[in-house]
Design a protein around this ligand. Structure first.
Ligand code: UDP
Length: 245
């Protein structure tokens, strides 16, 4: 059964219009039914990239759910007089799925991040979610992609969290998600947070829409990437004024 939720187009990317609660319930049902699902969590930088890269745009179009990971997408939709209920972050979704996997003794595969980071993330998950099974893991710096795919296949996971950064994680999932009837989600830098190496912005910063600034202060090397934000906003305003996509 294909999910059937309305979508909202933001600069050519179709976002699933759904609340966090609806989304999680849908994913729990997907998992219980053994469905193979692909989730992309997309922010303004990803939308801009998809506009310039057809292959990536196709990957987004073929995902089962593309959700707005960033207030920029929700605000952008609003400026375009559309409505997306709320931000759905990869990190929070992953934590909810881990808690659910723990309650239902599901199998979880973790792929990505540096070797020391993934090792610590796995240790923290084993400690915090003792009833789920980490059925396999691999760092994100591998040469033999097929060997990693075989490892995932043999592990028979219910959930595969891929933290290879964008666009690599989305290409990987797009290409290999048939290896397991699981929920596959790209989770960017989430393992760095799970391992305690990078701190998530406190709720107050998130509420004031300043998560990007908090992240920039922790990782100043991201400054270049963040220039995507004003460019994105300019395109949104241009589309609002001209109606052109
Ligand atoms: N990463 C990886 N393999 C790569 C490149 C990156 O595993 O070839 C990991 C990196 O160690 C980090 C995450 O992917 O843990 C990227 O985090 P970032 O916050 O940059 O994610 P993005 O914003 O690109 O989704």
């Amino acid at each position: 059964m294909q999910p059937n939720f309305p979508t909202v187009s933001v600069l050519g990317v179709d976002f699933t219009s759904i609340t966090n609660e609806q989304f999680l319930h849908q994913l729990y049902a997907d998992s219980q039914a053994g469905r193979n699902r692909v989730i992309v969590t997309a922010n303004p930088e990803i939308v801009l990239f998809a506009r310039q890269n057809q292959r990536y745009a196709r990957v987004l179009a073929q995902a089962d759910y593309t959700v707005p990971d960033g207030v920029g997408i929700v605000d952008g939709a609003k400026i375009l007089q559309q409505s997306l209920p709320e931000r759905i972050t990869g990190y929070d979704t992953m934590l909810s799925l881990l808690a659910w996997a723990n309650d239902h003794q599901k199998r979880v595969f973790l792929l990505g991040a540096k070797p020391a980071v993934i090792q610590k993330a796995v240790a923290n998950i084993n400690h915090d979610y003792p009833n789920l099974q980490v059925c396999g893991w691999h760092d994100g710096y591998f040469d033999d992609e097929q060997a990693v795919v075989e490892q995932i296949k043999a592990a028979e996971p219910d959930f595969v969290f891929c933290a290879l950064g964008f666009p690599k994680q989305d290409y990987f999932i797009h290409q290999h998600h048939q290896a397991a009837a699981a929920i596959w989600m790209g989770v960017g830098g989430s393992f760095d947070v799970l391992a305690g190496i990078v701190k998530r912005a406190p709720q107050k910063w998130q509420d004031r829409h300043l998560e990007w600034l908090y992240r920039l202060l922790q990782e100043p090397q991201r400054f270049g990437r963040m220039l995507a934000l004003p460019k994105y906003l300019a395109l949104i305003i241009q589309q609002r004024l001209t109606g052109r996509k």
